[in-house]
Write a new protein. Structure first.
Ligand SMILES: *Cc1c(COP(=O)(O)O)cnc(C)c1O
Length: 463
């Protein structure tokens, strides 16, 4: 398939001329030329030059089932022929939307039994933001409208979702955050934990939520939103003390807890949902990405009986997207969930692949550049540092070393992302042990090349 297109240089020139990329320095990309991915199978990508690349990021954290599953293609084709679209606004419904909602209610923990469909993770979080405010208004407490979230959290790119997120670079563009959203600090022990033990630090960061609630007044706070494990922030795995304390605080003050499971859902952490792995039960879950393994866009907000019943008794929720419950997307999601379940993919990821990957991933800490290795299920990160003992940052601007390492990985046909000076992975759940060995070999080679470069350039120094 890699020869059935224009030459790479021509594609790159057209890409630079007409295609605007998200989160990309377009001038730099135009200089280098995009790497153009033309096909994929399992965990392997093929580019327009015929190079074969190990995708340790599952696309963008989403291709949980791996590339090239014919079953998903067949279901999409059949559904498009039978009913490519119908809306769910005006007292109509479709079979795929009904069956997917039922399946999600079965899989979701606790009494999360009701599904509002959206088009993506971002607009699922916009739905959640409006829904929790509508919920409190319906309960006669409209002043309960503030949502608390975290610095360096990621919840998407729409006005609402980017405001819920805690990415300062995103807030700096377009006048964000919108009013009524307040941030507390993240549980990143490696870079912010100082002299505390991880356990004490986890408690301290969780109790910032309590402090913030008391400062604002509990009667003003609608909800707290967080990722069970931060993804885009650098795969920050919170200390074990963190989530139980967050749950306690939300319960004590009657604050709704929203788990943004866009990455952590559908097997990523070794269970169906990240909240199960981290030991808490939310009132709302945000889903997208792995829900369809990225084969087609879909988002969902899964909510508790209490929220549903309250909204059910209130005025209609004046909110919805044209493609809510899109029949083709829902049919593909259903088939994806069936395969993740019946092929034992989620089960095997948790019981067999995750422990193997953990052992290999943590072995990277013997490399001179690697300070800590964190991993939960099939999402992991390593912190690069010039001095492990002091957990030092590099003297170069944050991300310089990480970007260099990422470039070495890409040159060595491994997709491993960097967030600042952390390197992160999130491979398809179907990755084999042999493929994990290749991943680790290529990561080591890239780390060696990075270290050699830093030493040669005098950059392996602490800030
Ligand atoms: C990717 C992501 C989103 C946004 O999803 P989109 O489909 O890109 O809009 C929201 N939350 C988390 C945790 C994500 O990782």
């Amino acid at each position: 398939m890699s020869d059935n297109h224009l030459p790479t240089a021509e594609l790159q020139a057209l890409d630079a001329a007409h295609h605007m990329h998200p989160f990309t320095d377009s001038a730099e990309l135009a200089r280098k030329g995009a790497r153009i991915i033309t096909s994929a199978k399992g965990v392997w990508l093929t580019d327009s030059d015929g190079e074969v690349i190990l995708d340790a990021m599952a696309g963008l954290w989403c291709v949980n089932i791996g590339y090239g599953r014919q079953e998903l293609v067949d279901v999409a084709a059949r559904q498009m022929l039978q009913l490519p679209f119908y809306n769910t606004f005006f007292q109509t419904s479709t079979v795929p939307a009904i069956m997917l909602a039922k399946r999600l209610a079965e899989l979701a923990p606790g009494d999360l039994n009701h599904v509002f469909f959206n088009g993506s993770g971002s607009d699922s979080n916009d739905t959640n933001l409006r829904m929790v405010r509508h919920y409190w208004a319906a309960k006669g407490q409209p002043e309960r409208s503030i949502v608390i979230s975290r610095w360096n959290g990621y919840h998407g790119s729409t006005m609402g979702a980017a405001s819920l997120g805690g990415m300062k670079g995103m807030h700096a563009q377009g006048g964000l955050p919108i009013p009524g959203i307040v941030h507390i600090d993240q549980p990143d022990w490696w870079s912010e934990g100082g002299d505390m033990t991880p356990e004490d630090f986890g408690l301290e960061r969780a109790r910032q939520l309590e402090t913030k609630i008391l400062e604002l007044g509990a009667d003003k706070v609608a909800a707290f939103i967080a990722e069970p494990v931060q993804g885009a922030g650098g795969v920050i795995v919170p200390p074990v003390t963190y989530w139980p304390e967050i749950q306690r605080i939300c319960k004590q003050y009657g604050i709704l807890l929203i788990a943004d499971e866009v990455i952590t859902g559908f097997g990523r952490t070794g269970n169906w949902f990240g909240c199960q792995t981290m030991g808490f039960t939310p009132d709302i879950m945000t889903c997208a990405k792995g829900i369809t393994s990225g084969y087609i866009p879909l988002g969902a907000s899964i909510v508790s009986d209490e929220i549903f019943n309250t909204l059910d008794a209130a005025d209609e929720f004046a909110h919805g997207y044209t493609y809510a419950g899109h029949p083709v997307a829902c049919a593909v999601a259903l088939e994806n969930l069936r395969l993740l379940d019946e092929d034992g993919i989620v089960e095997r990821a948790g019981s067999e692949i995750a422990p193997y990957l953990k052992e290999k991933w943590e072995s990277l800490t013997d490399h001179p550049l690697v300070g800590e290795a964190k991993i939960v299920g099939l999402m992991g990160s390593i912190a690069l540092t010039p001095n492990k003992a002091t957990r030092a940052k590099f003297a170069s601007p944050t991300g310089t070393v990480g970007y260099y390492c990422r470039e070495r990985c890409f040159a060595n046909n491994l997709v491993m992302r960097h967030v600042g000076d952390r390197m992160i992975i999130s491979p398809p759940l179907i990755i084999t042990k042999a493929e994990i060995d290749i991943l680790i070999d290529r990561a080591r080679l890239s780390l060696d090349e990075t270290l050699a470069y830093l030493n040669a350039e005098g950059l392996n120094v602490s800030a």
